[in-house]
Write a protein that binds this ligand. Structure first.
Ligand SMILES: [Zn+2]
Length: 149
């Protein structure tokens, strides 16, 4: 996995007094040899609070050029489109629960390991496919003439 949960931490808005990582960059350990992907130094959090909790710096955390929505569907029928994966999942789970009852184990199985993989809701420990799928879709904020070929 290449996810970096620490990227969403607000204290990245200030430089870290512990490891001297600049604003907007992740903290590092072992004299800068390793990036701390899951958290930051505690001192950085304190520095951020002391600085008046500034907003994230421009750059990687800036507003994305595209928006991702999550489409819940069953077979070819679209059930709904949501701004977050949890809502799309909940829609599928709620509908499937009505069919299978409250005691059956349900689990989401991604198509592949990528962040934007579609997922299928599967039933029981045998992982039977249910046909309920949550698929992330990107929506562009700008018209790209060159991509419109
Ligand atoms: Zn640090």
């Amino acid at each position: 996995m290449t996810t970096e949960p620490a990227r969403s931490l607000p204290q990245l808005a200030v430089a870290c007094p512990a490891c001297a990582s600049p604003a907007g960059e992740l903290c590092t350990s072992h004299s800068g040899k390793r990036t701390r992907r899951n958290d930051t130094h505690l001192a950085r959090r304190a520095a951020w609070v002391e600085a008046g909790k500034p907003a994230p710096v421009e750059g990687e955390t800036a507003e994305p050029a595209e928006l991702t929505i999550y489409r819940a569907s069953h077979d070819a029928i679209v059930m709904g489109r949501y701004t977050n994966r949890d809502a799309a999942r909940k829609h599928c789970e709620t509908v499937l629960r009505r069919e299978v009852g409250p005691d059956v184990f349900l689990g989401w199985v991604p198509d592949d390991g990528s962040e934007h993989a579609a997922e299928e809701l599967c039933i029981g420990h045998d992982v039977l496919c249910s046909g309920y799928i949550v698929k992330p879709l990107t929506v562009d904020s700008e018209y790209d003439e060159e991509a419109d070929e």
